[in-house]
Design a protein around this ligand. Structure first.
Ligand SMILES: Cc1cc2nc3c(=O)[nH]c(=O)nc-3n(C[C@H](O)[C@H](O)[C@H](O)COP(=O)(O)O)c2cc1C
Length: 221
């Protein structure tokens, strides 16, 4: 697949087919992704690949913590107040995701059900936790691990696999550490749900908006 096509066609996949992803395919994806650039080639990331029983425990933990109303305690704090333009886009995404599934705005039960599916990692057969060391150059490390994450998503897409980056998979680091043995000196930045996409599901096919270049590029000749 052309790189340009992969970048444009990759999209977040929120409904997966049940079959597992072979370890050999996961390895190929990660072998590609390890060639991602990083500040000073520091490669500050580490990954934890969850499948099988470990992933099942993770999904149950994330669901139960959410249902119990446990406050999120992410290693990467969430912005309390988003700038207006970003808040509007975030709101639009929520509407798109729900309306694609025929969930009306006032359908509280439908919204809650969807939310449960999200915290259960959309029942993907694999979850990759992307981590960085706790150290001073955090902003560059965040950039580096973000590039790695995009490489994983593109390498997966190239092989017919879908992904969804999930902040919702990194909300309870203390509990995650018990299940996935992530060392204390690593920050858990984001999860990447991964599996074979369900091609028929409208949640995987709705049109996604993007700002035009005019909105975010200044040309300085
Ligand atoms: C850091 C990060 C965290 C994200 N967390 C979530 C999440 O918790 N739940 C979710 O459904 N999507 C999540 N996403 C996916 C975004 O909503 C998605 O990338 C965005 O809407 C653009 O759509 P696209 O990926 O289909 O192009 C996350 C994306 C990023 C980059």
């Amino acid at each position: 697949m052309e790189v340009s096509a992969a970048i444009r066609q990759r999209r977040s996949i929120r409904k997966f087919q049940p079959q597992d992803v072979p370890r050999s395919v996961l390895t190929e994806i990660l072998e590609d992704a390890r060639w991602s650039p990083s500040w000073g080639n520091t490669q500050p990331w580490s990954l934890c690949v969850l499948t099988g029983k470990t992933l099942a425990r993770f999904k149950e933990m994330n669901l139960q913590q959410t249902l119990a109303g446990e406050p999120t305690a992410s290693d990467v704090p969430m912005l309390e107040k988003w700038p207006d333009a970003m808040k509007a886009r975030y709101g639009d995404l929520g509407k798109l995701v729900l309306s694609a599934q025929g969930i009306a705005r006032d359908d509280k039960a439908g919204r809650e059900q969807y939310y449960k599916e999200m915290v259960r990692i959309f029942d993907a057969p694999c979850l990759i936790l992307a981590c960085i060391a706790r150290d001073n150059r955090v902003e560059y490390q965040m950039l580096d691990v973000g590039i790695l994450a995009q490489s994983i998503c593109l390498a997966a897409w190239d092989r017919g696999l879908g992904t969804c980056l999930l902040a919702a998979a990194a909300r309870y680091p203390a509990e995650i550490r018990k299940i996935a043995a992530v060392p204390d000196d690593q920050k858990i930045v984001v999860g990447i749900a991964l599996g074979y996409p369900d091609p028929a599901s409208p949640i995987n096919t709705f049109a996604r908006p993007r700002a035009s270049l005019d909105e975010f590029v200044r040309w300085m000749d």
